[in-house]
Ligand binder design. Structure first.
Ligand SMILES: [Fe+2]
Length: 212
C-alpha cells in the first residue's frame, strides 16, 4: 500500500523542477483514470505515475534513471510492484512489462507528455476541447515535440491493448479533469525541464499553472 501523500512527498523531496512535477501530476491523472476503469488500486497506480521520474533530476542519464532511484524507492517502502513498473517503463532496463500496471505506466507516460504538448500550442493553451484527431495529426508532424518517440506512443497503446484513438481520448479526458480553469492573460514561457526521453521541451506553457 502507498498513500498519495507519501508518493508526493518522495517526489517533491527529489524533484524541484516545476515542469517535472507537472509531468508527474499529468501521468498520475492518466494512471488514476485507468485504475478506475480496470478496478485497480487508485493510489498504487497514481503513485506509479507520480514517482516514475522522481530521480530524474538526480540521475538524468540512463541507466541511472531509474535504476538508482529504484533503490531509494524500496528503502522508502514503496511497494515492489510499483518499483518494478517504474523500472520497466525504461526500455533500456531490459525488464519486460508484465502486469497491466507496467503496461499502463508506459502507455500513459508517453502519451500524457505528448497530449500536454499539443494542448499548450493551442489558442489559449488549454486542454479543454482538444480533439483526439488534433493529437493524431501532431503525431504525424515529425517537427513537433521531437523528443517524443512516436514508436513508443504506438507501442504503449498496443501493449496495453487499447485502440490508439480511444487511448488518446481517454488521456485527454483524464488531463482535462485535473486542468486548471482557463486563465486569461497567462504568460507564456519556455519549459525549463532538462532533456528527457519522454518530456517535450519545445513547447510553451502558461507560467505558474499548477497542473497541465
Ligand atoms: Fe515520464
Amino acid at each position: 500500500m502507498i498513500s498519495r501523500d507519501h508518493a508526493w512527498s518522495v517526489l517533491t523531496e527529489f524533484t524541484k523542477s516545476d515542469s517535472l512535477r507537472k509531468h508527474a501530476r499529468a501521468v498520475e491523472a492518466s494512471m488514476r483514470a485507468y485504475a478506475r476503469r480496470y478496478g485497480e488500486d487508485l493510489d498504487a497506480w497514481g503513485g506509479a505515475g507520480i514517482l516514475h521520474d522522481f530521480d530524474y533530476e538526480m540521475h538524468p542519464r540512463a541507466p541511472h534513471h531509474p535504476l538508482k532511484g529504484a533503490e531509494i524507492l524500496l528503502a522508502r517502502r514503496v511497494p515492489e510492484r510499483i518499483v518494478y513498473a517504474i523500472l520497466a517503463h525504461a526500455d533500456y532496463s531490459g525488464l519486460p512489462r508484465v502486469s497491466r500496471l507496467d503496461r499502463a505506466l508506459y502507455a500513459c507516460d508517453e502519451l500524457s507528455g505528448f497530449v500536454h504538448a499539443v494542448a499548450l500550442v493551442r489558442p489559449g493553451r488549454v486542454i479543454r476541447g482538444l480533439e483526439p484527431s488534433s493529437v493524431r495529426k501532431k503525431l504525424k508532424d515529425k517537427a513537433f515535440a521531437r523528443t517524443v518517440n512516436r514508436d513508443d506512443v504506438y507501442r504503449g497503446a498496443g501493449e496495453l491493448g487499447v485502440d490508439l484513438d480511444e487511448h488518446i481520448a481517454f488521456v485527454i479526458a483524464a488531463l482535462t479533469d485535473v486542468a486548471p480553469r482557463d486563465r486569461p492573460g497567462a504568460r507564456v514561457t519556455r519549459l525549463p525541464a532538462p532533456s528527457h526521453p519522454r518530456f517535450p521541451r519545445d513547447v510553451v506553457h502558461p507560467e505558474g499553472a499548477p497542473r497541465p
